[in-house]
Write a protein that binds this ligand. Structure first.
Ligand SMILES: Nc1nc2c(ncn2[C@@H]2O[C@H](COP(=O)(O)OP(=O)(O)OP(=O)(O)O)[C@@H](O)[C@H]2O)c(=O)[nH]1
Length: 325
């Protein structure tokens, strides 16, 4: 029964030390592995409200059965009905630990049990570490979020582009298939100055928020949507080819065109996009997508343009330590 005294502070310090979601997940994974001595299967599942589309669902080790989103939601509801003080709840040979943040249950950690129950010092240590993990995850999460639109902020942009593109494109190349590439789209609300001038900045802000919500609900869970600047958004998404990417963006352009905004009525967006292939730096990709966006603006707005269709010679490669591939 020495686990809690031996590990409590040390493990907490290790968790708090982690500065990115991935590093934090990996650390929590290792700590759980260590505490359960690899004898238990475990999964950490968050309900959708907490798991913004940009944060991948944190599932470390899949339990034998697959839990659907509905299962997760019903389990969260079930936990919410229990006393707030409940630390662990046993159900079908599983220990279910509620993951709480600011008194709301956001998800849960499931540990499949070998024994009937976990020994109580281990139980309270896991509950404590889960608490630290969720708090740290929330802090990291909110540092990446733009407060007005609730999208990922500009500060997160470069880091995400580099990590996602390098990881997936390398994997695709290694496996010998090249059909799945990442694309970067820059989208900008048309004539937005007119919205502000006519209806005021508060209504302007509301339009930004509603467009952000439409974008977030239209892209897939694996895509990344950023508020890049005032009324400009950046989207990072994988697609099989430029035509599929174009069709996806067109669908969203039409959705925004058809939406009704309180007081303002309708608005449109223009966009430009680029395939993230053979691009040395993030700034180069942004520049190319911006050129395509500029073309859309110059050619009537409410339009999507693929950079390659502009037939602009690529820039000379800029030598830098930061490389996408
Ligand atoms: N309400 C609000 N307005 C913003 C925000 N950020 C930037 N703006 C405004 O967005 C407007 C952007 O105007 P412009 O860059 O001239 O572009 P535009 O009127 O959208 O015209 P085009 O892009 O050419 O279609 C400016 O009036 C900015 O003040 C914000 O966070 N909230």
């Amino acid at each position: 029964m020495t686990i809690a005294t031996q590990c409590g502070h040390e493990l907490t310090a290790r968790l708090l030390d982690q500065k990115s979601e991935c590093a934090l997940d990996a650390c929590f994974d290792k700590i759980l592995e260590h505490l359960t001595q690899g004898n238990h299967a475990y999964a950490l599942l968050f309900c959708k409200q907490f798991t913004p589309q940009q944060i991948p669902n944190t599932v470390f080790t899949y339990l034998e059965e697959t839990l659907t989103e509905a299962d997760i939601e019903s389990q969260v509801k079930r936990l919410e009905k229990l006393k707030p003080s409940v630390e662990v709840h046993y159900y079908h040979r599983k220990g279910i630990f509620p993951a709480k943040f600011e008194n709301n249950i956001l998800g849960f950690l499931v540990i499949e049990l070998i024994e009937d129950e976990l020994i109580s010092p281990l139980e309270s240590l896991i509950a404590h570490l889960l608490n630290v993990f969720v708090k740290q995850l929330s802090t990291l999460h909110y540092a990446c979020i733009d407060p007005l639109s609730q999208l990922l902020n500009r500060q997160t942009f470069e880091e995400k582009v580099l990590s996602v593109v390098a990881r997936d494109n390398h994997a695709a190349m290694r496996q010998g298939y090249a059909e799945r590439r990442w694309y970067l789209a820059m989208l900008d609300i048309d004539n937005f100055k007119g919205v502000n001038d006519t209806f005021g900045h508060v209504i302007g802000d509301e339009v930004i928020l509603l467009v952000a919500q439409l974008l977030k609900s239209s892209f897939r869970a694996e895509d990344y949507v950023f508020r890049y600047g005032g009324e400009e958004f950046a989207v990072l998404f994988p697609s099989q080819c430029p035509t599929t990417a174009f069709n996806g963006l067109e669908r969203i352009r039409m959705l925004i065109e058809a939406a009704r905004f309180p007081q303002v009525g309708s608005i449109t967006v223009s966009g430009g996009f680029v395939a993230l292939v053979n691009i040395g730096q993030t700034s180069e990709a942004v520049h190319q997508a911006d050129q395509a966006l500029y073309y859309s603006k110059q050619h009537g707005r409410n339009k999507m343009t693929f950079f390659d269709d502009l037939n602009i010679a690529p820039l000379e490669p800029i030598h830098s330590d930061i490389e996408l591939f």
